[in-house]
Design a binder for this molecule. Structure first.
Ligand code: HEM
Length: 477
C-alpha cells in the first residue's frame, strides 16, 4: 500500500504521498543539498524515487518532475504551470530597477506574455538574425587579434567578454567603440550586483542595492536617448530598432519602459548562457582529440581559413552535431521552475496551488532510454536520432521556450568556426573543472593557446566534471 498524507480533516480519502528523501528539518535542507551538488543530487533523486519526487514527505510544495512526459505536461500548459517571479518579487516595481526587471518576457504570463512575444519575435526571425552575422564575425575576429601575443587565457572570461560585445552591438547597433564600451559598462555594473540585490533589496546609502539602482537609472536614461535616436532612423537593423518598429494588428506598440526592460533582459538572458556553452564546447573538443581532428578537417575543407557565410553554416554537419551534443551533455540552463496556479494532478499525484515544480534538462538529457552511453560525448549520434522538444530541451519548450535560440546557435557556430581555425586550445594540465548549477566553471577554464597547427593534445584534468562526462583516456596522457 502506498503511503498517505497524515492530516485529513474531512472525509475524503487521504492523498498518496509523493516519494522523496527524508526531511526531518523540512524541504529546505534537501534544497540546500541540491544547490551544493545539483547534478549528483538530482540524478540520485530520479534514480531513487522516480519521475515525481517531493522534497518533504507530506508537503508537496517543492517537487522535482523528471522525464519527457512530465516536461510536456509542465511546459505546454502555461496557465496551470506558470513561470515564477519569486526571485525578484521583492524589488519595488516603481523604480528604474523594477521597470527593468518586470518588463521581462520570462516573467510575463497569460495574454500579456503572448502579446509581448509576438511583438519581440520579428527581431529573432531567420532573416533578421542573418543581419547580425557580420557583427558576430567582426567582433570574434577582433578578439582573435587581441589574443595575438597571449599564450594563456581564461576561456570563460574571454567568452563572456565576446558574447557581451556581440549582445551590446546587435541589441543597440552601436558602431562607435566608446559608445559600445559605455553601454557595456552600464549593463555589466548592473548585472554584476544583481544576485546581491535580489537577496537583500535594502535601500540604504552605500548598499549594493542603492548602487545598483543608480546603475539602473543611468542605463534607463541612456537607452531612452538611444530610443529617441532610433525613432529617427527607420532603416536601423538592430534588435532595439526592430522592437521599436513592432506593432500588433490593433496598432499596439511597446512603451519606452517596456523597450528598456526587454532590451536589458535580452542581454541578461543571452550573453552568459552563450558564453558558458562556448566554453564547454571548446573544453569538450580539447578532451576528445579524435572528434576535434575531424571537426578541424570539416572546417578546413569547407571554409579554408575564412569565417563562415550563412550558406556555409548549414553545410557544417559535424559542427552541428558537436553543438547539439554539448548542449545535451552540459546544458547552460540545466533546470527550470514553474508554479502551479491551481490544485492539479501531476505524475499521478495531487499538488496544491502554489507548488514549486522543478523540471530538469540535465536529467532528461541523460536518460539511457533516450541516449545510449548518456555520459559520452558522441556528436555523431545526432546523424541518426531525432528527439522531441520534451526529450531534448536545452532551450526549454512550450510557450516560454528561448526566443533567442537560433540567434544563440548561429553565434556559437560562427565563433567556433573562427576560433578553432585560428587557435589550438588545450586545458592547463591538472586544472579543477567544476560546473555549477548555472553551468559556469567555478574555477574558471584556463587554456593554453597557440596558433592552430592541426595538432590536438588532451590534458589531464581534475574535478567533478568526471562525474558528468566519461572522458576517453588518450595515448598522450
Ligand atoms: C546557449 C544559449 C542559451 C540558452 C541555453 C538559453 C536557454 C533558455 C531557456 C532554457 C529558456 C526558458 C526558461 C524557462 O523554461 O523558463 C530561455 C528563455 C529565454 N531566453 Fe534563452 N538561452 C540562450 C540564449 C539566449 C539568447 C542569445 C537570447 C536573446 C538574445 C535569449 C533570450 C531569452 C528570452 C527573452 C527568454 C524568455 C522567453 C519567454 O519567457 O518567453 N536566450 N532561454
Amino acid at each position: 500500500m502506498s503511503k498517505t498524507h497524515h492530516t485529513n480533516t474531512n472525509n475524503t480519502p487521504p492523498l498518496p504521498i509523493i516519494p522523496g528523501p527524508k526531511a526531518i528539518f523540512g524541504w529546505r535542507i534537501n534544497m540546500l543539498k541540491f544547490y551544493r551538488h545539483p547534478f549528483r543530487y538530482s540524478r540520485w533523486l530520479y534514480q531513487t524515487y522516480g519521475n515525481l519526487v517531493g522534497l518533504e514527505q507530506g508537503n508537496p510544495s517543492n517537487v522535482f518532475a523528471f522525464g519527457p512526459e512530465l516536461n510536456y505536461q509542465i511546459l505546454t500548459n502555461s496557465d496551470l504551470f506558470e513561470v515564477s517571479p519569486s526571485t525578484v518579487a521583492k524589488v519595488p516595481r516603481d523604480t528604474a530597477l523594477g521597470r527593468m526587471f518586470f518588463n521581462n518576457l520570462s516573467l510575463m504570463t497569460g495574454k500579456k506574455h503572448k502579446q509581448h512575444r509576438r511583438l519581440i519575435q520579428p527581431a529573432f526571425h531567420r532573416q533578421q538574425i542573418i543581419q547580425y552575422l557580420q557583427d558576430m564575425v567582426y567582433l570574434t575576429e577582433q578578439l582573435v587579434n587581441e589574443w595575438k601575443d597571449q599564450t594563456r587565457i581564461d576561456l570563460n572570461i574571454e567568452m563572456k567578454k565576446l558574447t557581451q560585445r556581440i549582445a551590446v552591438k546587435t541589441l543597440f547597433g552601436l558602431y562607435n567603440e566608446t559608445e559600445l564600451e559605455r553601454a557595456g559598462a552600464f549593463i555589466q555594473g548592473l548585472t554584476k550586483s544583481l544576485p546581491l540585490v535580489i537577496a537583500a533589496p535594502i535601500d540604504l546609502p552605500g548598499t549594493p542595492y542603492r548602487r545598483t539602482v543608480r546603475y539602473a537609472e543611468q542605463l534607463e536614461m541612456y537607452v531612452r536617448s538611444l530610443i529617441k535616436q532610433k525613432r529617427a532612423q527607420p532603416n536601423a537593423q538592430d534588435v532595439l530598432a526592430s522592437l521599436i518598429q513592432a506593432h500588433d494588428e490593433d496598432g499596439t506598440k511597446l512603451s519606452d519602459e517596456e523597450l528598456i526592460g526587454h532590451t536589458f533582459s535580452l542581454f541578461v538572458a543571452g550573453h552568459e548562457t552563450t558564453a558558458n556553452a562556448l566554453t564547454w564546447i571548446i573544453f569538450l573538443l580539447s578532451q576528445h582529440p579524435n572528434i576535434h581532428q575531424k571537426l578541424l578537417a570539416e572546417l578546413n575543407d569547407k571554409l579554408h581559413g575564412n569565417p563562415p557565410t550563412v550558406e556555409q553554416l548549414s553545410q557544417l554537419s559535424l559542427l552541428e552535431g558537436v553543438v547539439k551534443e554539448s548542449l545535451r551533455l552540459l546544458p547552460p540552463a540545466s533546470i527550470g521552475i514553474r508554479i502551479a496556479t491551481a490544485p492539479c494532478t501531476l505524475g499521478g499525484y495531487q499538488l496544491p496551488k502554489g507548488s514549486n515544480i522543478y523540471y530538469s534538462q540535465f536529467v532528461t538529457h541523460r536518460l539511457p532510454e533516450l541516449y545510449d552511453e548518456p555520459n559520452c560525448f558522441k556528436p555523431e549520434r545526432w546523424a541518426t536520432i531525432k528527439r522531441s522538444p520534451y526529450e531534448y530541451l536545452p532551450f526549454s519548450a512550450g510557450q516560454h521556450m528561448c526566443i533567442g535560440w537560433s540567434f544563440a546557435i548561429q553565434e556559437i557556430k560562427v565563433v567556433l568556426a573562427i576560433l578553432l581555425q585560428k587557435y589550438r586550445f588545450s586545458v592547463v594540465p591538472h586544472t579543477k573543472i567544476q560546473p555549477n548549477l548555472m553551468m559556469r566553471p567555478v574555477y574558471g577554464m584556463p587554456m593554453n593557446i597557440s596558433p592552430q597547427d592541426g595538432q590536438v593534445s588532451q590534458a589531464p584534468i581534475r574535478g567533478t566534471i568526471h562525474e558528468l562526462i566519461d572522458i576517453p583516456i588518450s595515448s598522450s596522457l
